[in-house]
Design a protein around this ligand. Structure first.
Ligand SMILES: CC(=O)SCCNC(=O)CCNC(=O)[C@H](O)C(C)(C)COP(=O)(O)OP(=O)(O)OC[C@H]1O[C@@H](n2cnc3c(N)ncnc32)[C@H](O)[C@@H]1OP(=O)(O)O
Length: 403
């Protein structure tokens, strides 16, 4: 019988944990320069080691503290990543032990929510995570895709060298504030990691400045050439990060990308699903949606605090019973209304699992859809539209930051 054990690793084991994680993703171990950067996001107390019947490290998980934007506010959250169990030791309960330890750590650190990007969609729901935001991967062909003359515009786009980009982009991102649910803060270590490979020097960095010269958007891309003949325009621009504070900044950046000479394809993964790109184009069919992907998975590790960190729409309160297989303290009934959430002994109008509450928390899915999906049990049908109005959001959540 396996005996999964978990403990916080000391710094001397961080690189071994990172190597183990990368191996579980079928990736090579970090080189010295890669580790130099990655070590900055391995934080004492937050890198866990997993063991099965012995002292050999066979599993790992880690997290980073971030600020997460939620409807009407923001709150501290644990950004979970680096989960891996060695292939010959899987399905013996080690990840279960690692995640349980992470939940306890997040609660102790005053982080009511844990978030992650999942390698597979089937893993995390059983632990109370719900899919809370989505993104899309799109492809456009410059020349066939053009921005309309009446699309928002204002300011200019400039190319920065990578040193100037490395200095300016963190500042610009910070200046935006976490303006949409799902966005998270980016630490200096995150920027240093250069999460979007390859090395920064090979990327082209664009910055958008508004009419008064204030930087209000940026994007970077990697040009990939499929043919080395001088006269063939087989060039794909692969966008790595694209952030804009205003519609004018976003539309101007797209205009610049689509008018770049010799580029015949622009590919952007991880774009918000509600970006109005189709509305800015002369021919909306030029946006080829290659996939609709999971973005953030959200786990409310402290339901009461998490609910009270966001705001709710208008209407009559609803009493909701929450089940949670992993965190007993979360179980029970909550009265949720425009003024927030409080525990109650009243009879519930609706019941749901904490994973479903995580899925609707940022406002991506209408409550009625979760009812139709069988994820909400209804005692009082009149409570469904009320519950929907409380959680409804104008803007869809989007994280836009890999971790
Ligand atoms: C946020 C991130 O870091 S995403 C990266 C996640 N890591 C990877 O994808 C790397 C490759 N995979 C792995 O390392 C491992 O398979 C892990 C970490 C996903 C799972 O570790 P394990 O120790 O096998 O998980 P554990 O034994 O605790 O499984 C718990 C339950 O989840 C199920 N489960 C675990 N992984 C999977 C999976 N990939 N697909 C389907 N079910 C799974 C198990 O069957 C088990 O179900 P049960 O409770 O009904 O028996």
């Amino acid at each position: 019988m396996a005996n999964p054990q978990v403990r916080a690793l000391d710094e001397s084991s961080f690189r071994a944990a990172n190597t183990l994680f990368l191996r579980t993703l079928h990736a090579p171990p970090p080189t010295d320069p890669q580790w130099e950067r990655a070590s900055q996001v391995h934080l004492p107390g937050r890198v866990l080691g997993g063991y099965l019947d012995g002292e050999e490290l066979v599993g790992t998980a880690r997290s980073m503290p971030v600020e997460l934007s939620v409807p009407g506010g923001h709150l501290p959250a644990a950004a979970v990543t680096g989960i891996g169990v060695r292939a010959d030791k899987t399905r013996q309960g080690l990840m279960t032990e690692l995640l349980g330890r992470q939940f306890a750590g997040a609660r102790a650190a005053g982080e009511p929510v844990a978030i992650l990007h999942a390698s597979e969609a089937v893993i995390y729901e059983r632990f109370g995570y719900g899919l809370a935001s989505r993104s899309r991967r799109i492809r456009l062909e410059p020349g066939r895709a053009a921005i309309r003359s009446d699309a928002p515009s204002g300011g200019s786009v400039e190319i920065l060298d990578s040193a100037a980009g490395a200095e300016l982009l963190p500042e610009v991102y910070r200046s935006f504030g976490l303006h949409r649910p799902g966005m998270i803060s980016r630490s200096d270590a995150w920027w240093g990691l250069g999460l979007m490979p390859p090395p920064a020097g090979e990327r082209v960095v664009l910055v958008h400045r508004d009419g008064s010269g204030v930087a209000d958007g940026f994007a970077h891309y990697l040009p990939a050439k499929r043919d080395y003949r001088f006269d063939d325009a087989h060039v794909t621009l692969r966008i790595g990060d694209f952030q804009a504070r205003t519609a004018a900044a976003a539309a101007d950046l797209w205009r610049f990308l689509l008018e770049t000479d010799l580029a015949d394809t622009v590919v952007a993964a991880n774009r918000p699903v509600d970006e109005p790109l189709e509305w800015w184009l002369t021919d909306r069919r030029r946006v080829h949606v290659e996939s609709l992907d999971d973005d953030l998975w959200v786990r409310l590790v402290d339901v009461h605090s998490a609910l009270n960190a966001r705001t709710f729409g208008e209407g009559e309160p609803v009493v909701v019973a929450v089940s949670d297989a992993h965190i007993p303290d979360n179980r029970g009934c909550y009265r949720i209304g425009p003024d927030g959430a409080e525990r109650t002994d009243a009879q519930p109008d609706l019941s749901l699992d904490v994973s479903t509450l995580g899925a609707i928390y940022l406002g991506d899915h209408p409550v009625s859809r979760m009812v139709d999906a069988g994820r909400v049990q209804v005692r009082d049908p009149a409570a469904v539209p009320r519950f929907g109005r409380l959680f409804a959001q104008e803007q869809l959540p989007w994280c836009g930051t890999g971790f």
